[in-house]
Design a protein around this ligand. Structure first.
Ligand code: LP5
Ligand code: MN
Length: 272
């Protein structure tokens, strides 16, 4: 179990799925980053920041325009406040070179995080979708170190083709799966909380934002699910984040704020 501590007001987001095809989502996220830079003590991005990640070299050598801007925004944020990155099932190949280039910290998940609101177990969440055995098999394969080494040694164009194929296969596979198995398994969540000696979990991945009250061996526990971000195709657009603070505890927020200019943030034109 990875452990860490992060005092102060934390902002947590995941599942932005940044890519070439989501300019509106990217812009909404960059407005969020601008607010985080002035209002958060630290920012944790909890996986699937990118829609697919095929290696740090892709980003650092000659990034396409959309990625160059994403990296600039993340780097600017990491210059203002600590930025912690957790890998998701789309961007599990994010590595130390990217973190260093951004001035961010790559954190292995799940991580038991000591915060001003108490200990919190943070994860992307795909690891708890244990009913989805086909996905867990896929996950074991692509998390195998030697397979990752072979993949990362491939020419960029071939890596992109493999990723596109994997995305296509995943979309097809999902169509044949009952929704229920693509959510976290209650037993897996309970076991993770027990192992971490924690009563609060925050994760993303499922795109089912909610606060779940749990009974963990007779103790009250909570599972917070981070929203996914989609401002290009979804109606209504959706985004959101979680704040962690001594004053308000753990809170789920929509993005943009319901009333711009409210306590947590800024009007949309605050980007610097
Ligand atoms: O991602 P999403 O939301 O569609 O569905 C996920 C699960 N699918 C995935 C697969 C990713 O989308 C693939 C993108 C990764 C790109 C970068 C790396 C490319 C290869 C790296 C090699 C080291 O995560 C989906 C879950 C769903 O969440 C809900 O939890 O159900 O799981 C699947 O669909 C998996 C399928 O059931 C079986 C496998 C299909 C993919 C086969 C391609 C194999 C390529 C391996 C190369 C070594
Ligand atoms: Mn995910």
């Amino acid at each position: 179990m990875n452990k860490a501590a992060l005092p102060g007001d934390l902002w947590i987001a995941s599942d932005i799925h940044l890519g070439a095809a989501v300019p509106q989502t990217s812009r909404a996220f960059y407005d969020f980053l601008a607010c985080a830079r002035t209002q958060a003590r630290a920012l944790i991005l909890c996986g699937d920041i990118f829609d697919a990640w095929i290696g740090d070299d892709h980003a650092l050598r000659n990034p396409p325009a959309w990625l160059d801007q994403a990296l600039r925004e993340l780097r600017q944020t990491a210059q203002a406040i600590p930025v912690w990155l957790i890998c998701g099932n789309r961007d599990f190949l994010m590595g130390a070179a990217l973190a260093q280039a951004l001035g961010a910290r790559l954190v292995a998940a799940p991580v038991r995080l000591d915060t001003d609101a108490g200990p919190i177990l943070l994860a992307h969440g795909d690891e708890y979708c244990t009913d989805d055995t086909a996905y867990q098999r896929f996950r074991r394969v692509v998390h195998t170190p030697w397979i990752q080494t072979v993949f990362l040694a491939l020419p960029l164009a071939l890596r992109r083709a493999v990723a596109d194929w994997a995305r296509q296969r995943s979309r097809q596979a999902r169509r044949g799966k009952p929704m229920q198995i693509m959510d976290v398994n209650a037993g897996a969540v309970a076991q993770a909380l027990r192992s971490a000696d924690c009563n609060v979990m925050i994760h993303g991945h499922t795109h089912r934002p909610a606060v779940h009250e749990l009974d963990l061996d007779g103790r009250a526990a909570r599972r917070y699910v981070l929203p996914d971000w989609e401002f290009d195709h979804a109606q209504p657009p959706r985004g959101g984040w979680i704040s962690v603070s001594a004053a308000q505890g753990v809170q789920l927020h929509p993005w943009p704020p319901l009333q711009p200019g409210t306590s947590v943030c800024c009007s949309a034109d605050t980007r610097t």
